[in-house]
Design a protein around this ligand. Sequence first.
Ligand SMILES: [Zn+2]
Length: 204
Amino acid sequence: MGYGSVNDFCIRNKSCNVDFFAYSILQDLLANDYRIANRPRLALAISIMSEQSNTSNPSACGLPSNADIGGEGRLNRTEAEWKEILSPERYRVLRAQGTEPPFQNEFWNHKASGAYECAGCGETLFESETKFDSGTGWPSFFRPAQSDSVDETVDESHGMVRTEVHCSNCGGHLGHVFPDGPKPTGQRYCINSASLTFSPGEAI
Ligand SMILES: [Zn+2]
């Protein structure tokens, strides 16, 4: 299999998850028992990963978001207030549209029943019965708790068009939504754990 470019990958997979793109290259190399002929693809994977780790706020499901979400929802707080309320990590994700590394975050493999709330304002955003294993290393859901729980903006950073999602109550950045999710919605909400808190509840 060849992985010519991120764009080819996006078209083939109907997704622009560049972390997964880099991961796919490495998996492919591993399966083929790495040889020197595979060096260009290894270099490509490394360049994607280093681009992300060199960025001040590497993003959910790929690269950083620069979508202008305005930082304002129905709940308005000053940036100084947010800095006081949130931990530095939560502030970086929710207010500065940063992200956390895949597979190294609180909820990517979290399977308990309950509700996931916005770490900024406590609004219920997602429920455990809509969580699924996307293989990306970030908590993934096929639907928000309510249709108006999250708002979307178009994010055109990094030469891609992605849909950024944020809390409709406080404007906190959550992650992105991609049209490659499972049934019944076909949506994949790829969310930063740092933007969520969890309340255990009854299994439904
Ligand atoms: Zn919120």
